[in-house]
Design a protein around this ligand. Structure first.
Ligand code: NDP
Ligand code: 5RP
Ligand code: ZN
Length: 341
């Protein structure tokens, strides 16, 4: 069966190609319906990755945050038309210790191979999770980034000591919003404080216990643990500020992606006996755990609706380009493509 695939061939240039999908007994065919743009897609779109990485990875269909409807399922697990979230991480082996998203053999859509900007996608059934029909589709579209926060918090619960009176979250963007929101849902007794650089963005964090501009942190402020959700050129500044304010033996969860090495205050990491760990992407267990959390806390979806940004109907390459350009110039929130291809 032929399907349209929209690939980025070079920065800011997409191309439509037709791919042949082989129908077999073990793959489900899904029609994507709503897609959400991640910063990682923007790094490819704007050509912010190193030249050799772009040469290696492009042409490639972008987007790893998406929901779709099942078009054909020969495995009999999903009825035609079922709304599903698609898991971009694609493992090729099982490991009892290492999570699927850290196995070096795993592939990730829109990083190692084609993402969801396609008319139809052929998926293993375990890469799909059914969603309730009444879910807000735009919020559902960015389930993947929420599952990354969920995954990181689960790791944090394993790695950190149990005094969790105050947690700081650095970053007043989408990931900071999602991570601090999930922290409040998972650890309701913990005081969650958010640190950012934009007063108008911090206003949206109404569920947080406190918000601070990083230039205006009270000198006597201390926290037990922290999450870094900044990334890019500001990573180093954010991590070093966390190191300054964190209590001894605290745990720092690093989530922001940066293209360059980030110099950090290792002397103080040693003196305070800190633990730093990184988290990237997520796996099936995280998607399942997150959906359970949504069921237990229906208000989470209402809070996530607040970061739905532009919702753009997409039928052509011109529309895709428009969506990516709007996303670059957004003030806050996730840019959603209503996928009509
Ligand atoms: N680990 C993973 O698997 C994942 C990682 N990410 C990464 O996480 C990072 C954040 O993503 P996202 O939230 O979508 O991006 P955003 O750009 O929306 O968020 C970053 C925010 O941090 C603010 N900021 C800048 N400097 C500081 C500082 N020193 N202290 C506190 N806040 C600061 C930025 O403000 P301003 O815009 O004004 O500079 C911006 O609001 C990116 O690098 C992204 O790629 C995203 C998804 C998954
Ligand atoms: O956004 C992410 C997960 O949701 C990760 O940051 C992304 O997968 C990193 O991939 P790449 O190496 O292609 O930037
Ligand atoms: Zn992402």
């Amino acid at each position: 069966m032929l399907t349209s695939v929209y690939r980025l061939v070079r920065p800011r240039q997409f191309e439509l190609v037709f791919n042949d999908i082989t129908l077999d007994k073990s793959h489900v065919i899904v029609h994507p319906v709503r897609l959400s743009i991640c910063n990682a897609d923007q790094r490819y779109y704007q050509g912010l990755r190193a030249e050799n990485i772009l040469r290696k990875k492009l042409p490639m269909a972008l987007i790893h945050e998406a929901v779709g409807r099942v078009a054909f399922d020969p495995t009999g697990q999903f009825e035609e038309g079922t709304l599903v979230v698609m898991i971009p991480n694609t493992p090729t082996e099982k490991d009892d210790i290492i999570a699927e998203n850290y196995l070096r053999s795993s592939q990730f859509r829109a990083s190692g191979f084609d993402g969801f900007m396609q008319e139809y996608v052929s998926m293993e059934p375990d890469r799909l999770v059914a969603l309730p029909e009444d879910v807000n589709l735009s919020v559902a579209a960015f389930t993947e980034i929420v599952s990354v926060s969920y995954h990181t918090i689960q790791r944090f619960l394993r790695f950190s000591h149990s005094r969790r009176d105050v947690i700081g979250v650095w970053g007043d963007g989408n990931l900071g919003y999602i991570t601090s929101l999930l922290l409040k849902a998972i650890l309701p007794e913990t005081k969650v404080c958010v640190f950012g650089v934009n007063e108008y963005k911090l206003h949206d964090f109404s569920f947080a216990d406190d918000v601070y501009l990083i230039s205006d942190i009270p000198e006597d402020f201390h926290m037990d643990h922290a999450f870094e959700c900044v990334g890019g050129a500001a990573s180093s500044k954010a991590i070093n500020q966390i190191i300054d304010y964190i209590n001894p033996e605290g745990t720092i969860s690093i989530m922001g992606v940066s293209e360059d090495f980030a110099p950090i205050n290792t002397r103080m990491i040693l003196e305070k006996g800190l633990r730093l760990f990184g988290s990237s992407r997520s796996g099936r267990e995280d998607f399942l755990g997150l959906i359970k959390l949504y069921n237990q806390n229906p208000d989470l979806i209402n809070q996530l609706e607040k970061i739905v940004g532009a919702e753009i109907h997409v039928r052509s390459i011109q529309d895709i380009t428009r969506a990516f350009e709007i996303d670059i110039h957004k003030i806050m929130g996730k840019t959603i493509m209503i996928w009509e291809n």
